[in-house]
Ligand binder design. Structure first.
Ligand code: SF4
Length: 338
């Protein structure tokens, strides 16, 4: 009998809204629910502006939640006092998108990596602290000579390695990586992804890996949640998502990934996403994807799709997969133009 995976992080109906004045509200995150299991990589993907980075920051408690809750090892992240929060931040850390902006340009690499350990008073002697910084540099594929240099002396990929070393300094269990490879050259992206994978194996880390690029997320994620305009629209294993996507938005995102073989690339059918992401200040009624969906039916404007488990561990929010709705002859499925 296989053991069921243990839940490390549980996000329940999480909402993060921003008051933008004139009585209007921007619903950046509007009811997210998912679990992350210990030791896995959970990919959260979607276009820029879909709310995934706000979700990451709200999960870490950098933003207050408007509603819902985030439980880490059963503890409510948004209900912690200062002491509990300090303890929690040792366990959950973040790696940011722009490695240059997230590193203080006036600090040496030693100071950048040592800072969290000094704040948490982890070492009583400078010698122990220095030894730990050197170990962390080596863990991320840099060397101890780099400790006395400044961020501007490094390439983008090396700077991201410094950011990862800093995130590892407190020996966390969970890392939220917010678009950690988007600002890097394609040739460097794979190296940083491999570094994340090696560190996970060696240190038993759990990741929430936020990205807009489905092609890389496939290689690192065990399960993937697809986000659109503040909502999850599909959630399943990485293999299942790529081999049998159910949501029209996931299909469109997958069809945008270029295939390296020029013959296949030229002949394959694409599902184009039309128009821009609508404003989260005035999201469409019913299904939030309906204004760009090639299959949209009248019912899509009237009713919000339910979150359905169509197969084991494969969830989707789309009326096309709701038998009760599709049985109704007033809801004919459209033919897609490709
Ligand atoms: Fe498209 Fe309707 Fe499904 Fe939304 S519910 S994704 S609009 S078919």
């Amino acid at each position: 009998m296989t053991e069921s995976p243990s839940v490390l992080l549980s996000v329940k109906n999480l909402k993060r809204h921003f008051d933008v004045g004139k009585g209007k509200t921007l619903k950046a995150v509007d009811g997210l629910s998912f679990d992350v299991y210990k030791g896995e990589t959970f990919g959260l993907v979607g276009e820029s502006g879909c709310g995934k980075s706000t979700a990451g920051r709200t999960i870490l408690g950098l933003y207050n939640n408007t509603d819902g809750e985030v439980l880490f090892e059963g503890e409510n992240v948004h209900g912690m006092n200062d002491k509990e929060r300090q303890k929690f931040l040792k366990k959950m850390q973040m790696v940011f998108q722009d490695p240059y902006a997230s590193l203080n340009p006036r600090s040496t690499v030693f100071e950048i990596i040592a800072e969290p350990m000094e704040i948490h008073k982890m070492y009583s002697s400078k010698k122990e602290l220095r030894k730990r910084v050197h170990e962390l540099l080596e863990d991320v594929g840099l060397n101890r000579d780099h400790a006395n240099r400044y961020p501007h002396e490094f390439s983008g990929g090396q700077r991201q390695r410094i950011g990862i070393a800093r995130a590892l300094a407190l020996d966390p269990e969970f890392i939220i990586a917010d678009e950690p490879i988007s600002a890097l050259d394609v040739s460097v992206q794979a190296q940083v992804v491999m570094l994340f994978q090696r560190l996970q194996r060696e240190k038993g880390l759990t990741y929430l890996f936020i990205a807009h690029d489905l092609s890389m997320v496939k290689y690192i994620s065990d399960r993937i949640g697809v986000m659109y305009l503040g909502h999850l629209v599909e959630l399943t294993t990485s293999d299942q998502l790529y081999n049998k996507p159910l949501h029209p938005y996931t299909e469109a995102l997958l069809s945008a990934i270029p295939i390296p073989d020029p013959d296949i690339e030229e002949s394959r059918e694409r599902i184009l996403l039309e128009g821009e992401l609508p404003s989260p200040i005035e999201p469409p009624s019913g299904c939030v994807f309906r204004t760009r969906c090639a299959y949209a039916m009248d019912v899509c404007a009237e009713r919000k799709p339910q979150w359905l488990e169509k197969e084991e561990d494969h969830f989707v929010a789309c009326h096309l997969h709701d038998e009760t709705i599709m049985k109704d002859s007033r809801n004919p499925r459209k033919q897609v133009q490709v």
